[in-house]
Design a protein around this ligand. Structure first.
Ligand SMILES: *[C@@H]1O[C@H](CO)[C@@H](O)[C@H](O)[C@H]1NC(C)=O
Ligand SMILES: *[C@@H]1O[C@H](CO)[C@@H](O)[C@H](O)[C@H]1NC(C)=O
Length: 375
C-alpha cells in the first residue's frame, strides 16, 4: 500500500527534476557530476600475489542541487498512509537523496588508493539497466600493509570536492564474516511495512542489542576477519547503512553489497525485503566473495525474516563446508520460525554447521570457538 501510493508521486517528482543533458561518452568526472564510491574489498591477484586487486564499485550521477520536490512528494505520500514526518524532514531528504539521482553512463572513474603504487581505472559506467554504475576488479599495484586503505576519486584540479571510501585489504586465507544487515545487525522490522518505512526513512538506526559487542569479539577471536555485509536493500540506501556500520559496528567495518535498483524499481525501496530474487542475488554475492577469497573460511550471520537460512544453505551446498564454515540465524519474532522451515532450508547441511539463535543467546555466542571449527 505504502509503495503503491509513494510510487506515482515520486515518479512525477523525478521526471520534473531530471533534465536531459548532452554529454560525450567516455567522459571523466566533472563538476556537474556526483560520485558515490563504495567501500570495497581488496585481495591478492591470483596471477601475481605481489599485485593487489580491488573489487571497486562507483555510481556516477548528475549533481543535484534541489531535492525539495522529491522530499515534499514523499512527505505527502507518507502522510497519506499515516506516517507523520514531523521534524524529520531533513533526515527524509538525506535518505531519499540517491533515489532522485539520475545515473550517468560512460563515465570513467579514476581512483587513487592510499599506500598503493598504481591508479585504479574503472571503465565507463554502465547504461541501462544499471545506469551510472560501474563495478570491476581493478589493479592498484603493490600496496603497503594497512588493512583499511583510503580510496579517493581523482578529480580535475578545479574541483575541490572529495569522494572517498575505504578499501579493506585481506589475504586469501584465514576467516571472514558474511553478514546480513536488516534485522540481523540493525532493527528494521522488515515484516511490518509501516515500521520498515519509519526505520528506513525517518528514524536513527538502532543496532540489534548485543550484536556490536559480538562482532567486536569476533574481530578478535577470528583474527581480523574480512567482514562483508550482504543486504537486499537498494544501493541508494548505501550512505545511510554505511554510516550506521561505521559508527555502531566500528570494530567490524567492511564493504556493503547492495542491490542495483533503478528508478523504475523504486518500489524496491520498501519491497526489497520480500522480493523473490533476494536469495538468488545473495548467493551470487557469495559467489563473488568466493571468487576473491576461495581459501578463506566464512561465518555467515543472518536472520529468519527473509531467505537467509535458504541462502546460506544453498551456498554451503555450492561451495562446501570448508568455505561456508558456519551459519548463524537470528530467530526474529513474527517470522516463520517453524522446525519444518529450518529443516527444509538446511536439508543436507550437517547439524554442526549451523545454529538458530535467539536474542537471549547473543551474549554467549562469543564463547563458541568458530576459529577452532565449532559452530
Ligand atoms: C550492478 O551493476 C554493475 C554494472 O552493470 C554490475 O557489474 C554489478 O554486477 C551489478 N551488481 C549487482 C549486485 O547486480
Ligand atoms: C573479480 O575477481 C574474482 C576473482 O578472480 C572473480 O571471481 C570475480 O568474478 C571478478 N569480478 C568481476 C566483476 O570481474
Amino acid at each position: 500500500m505504502l509503495v503503491a501510493s509513494l510510487l506515482p508521486i515520486l515518479f512525477t517528482a523525478i521526471s520534473v527534476q531530471a533534465q536531459p543533458v548532452e554529454r560525450g561518452i567516455f567522459d571523466s568526472v566533472g563538476v556537474l557530476d556526483d560520485v558515490l564510491l563504495f567501500d570495497a574489498p581488496a585481495f591478492p591477484d591470483p596471477a601475481n600475489p605481489a599485485n593487489t586487486l580491488v573489487g571497486l564499485q562507483a555510481f556516477t550521477s548528475l549533481r543535484q542541487i534541489d531535492l525539495g520536490v522529491l522530499t515534499a512528494a514523499a512527505q505527502a505520500a507518507l502522510k497519506a498512509i499515516g506516517l507523520d514526518v514531523g521534524d524529520k524532514i531533513s533526515t527524509l531528504e538525506e535518505r531519499l537523496r540517491l533515489f532522485g539521482a539520475v545515473g550517468l553512463p560512460g563515465k570513467n572513474v579514476k581512483v587513487d588508493v592510499g599506500g598503493c603504487n598504481k591508479q585504479a581505472q574503472l571503465p565507463g559506467t554502465s547504461g541501462l539497466p544499471d545506469l551510472g554504475m560501474a563495478l570491476q576488479n581493478v589493479s592498484v599495484g603493490a600496496c603497503g600493509s594497512g588493512k583499511e586503505l583510503i580510496a579517493k576519486v581523482a578529480l580535475s584540479r578545479l574541483d575541490s570536492r572529495k569522494f572517498t571510501a575505504s578499501v579493506f585489504s585481506s589475504p586469501n586465507s584465514g576467516f571472514g564474516v558474511i553478514s546480513d544487515i536488516d534485522d540481523t545487525v540493525k532493527i528494521s522490522n522488515v515484516l511490518d511495512k509501516l515500521a520498515l518505512a519509519k526505520s528506513t526513512l525517518l528514524d536513527d538506526p538502532v543496532p540489534v542489542a548485543g550484536m556490536p559487542e559480538l562482532y567486536a569479539s569476533l574481530s578478535k577471536s577470528l583474527n581480523d576477519p574480512q567482514f562483508i555485509y550482504v543486504s537486499g536493500s537498494p544501493f541508494q540506501l548505501y550512505p545511510f547503512l554505511n554510516n550506521f556500520i561505521d559508527s555502531a559496528y566500528s570494530a567490524s567495518k567492511g564493504p556493503i553489497y547492495l542491490q542495483n535498483l533503478t528508478l523504475i524499481d523504486i518500489e524496491g525501496l520498501l519491497d526489497f525485503a520480500n522480493s523473490d530474487g533476494v536469495q538468488e542475488y545473495k548467493v551470487s554475492m557469495i559467489d563473488r566473495i568466493h571468487g576473491m577469497y576461495p581459501n578463506k573460511k566464512f561465518l555467515a550471520v543472518g536472520d529468519s525474516t527473509q531467505k537467509d537460512p535458504e541462502t546460506y544453505a544453498e551456498a554451503f551446498k555450492k561451495f562446501g563446508g570448508e568455505f561456508m564454515a558456519c551459519s548463524w540465524i537470528r530467530r526474529v519474532e513474527g517470522a516463520d520460525n517453524s522446525d519444518a522451515r529450518f529443516a527444509a532450508a538446511f536439508e543436507g547441511v550437517p547439524a554442526n554447521k549451523f545454529r538458530i539463535f535467539t536474542d537471549e543467546d547473543i551474549p554467549s555466542l562469543k564463547n563458541i570457538d568458530v576459529a577452532g571449527g565449532e559452530c
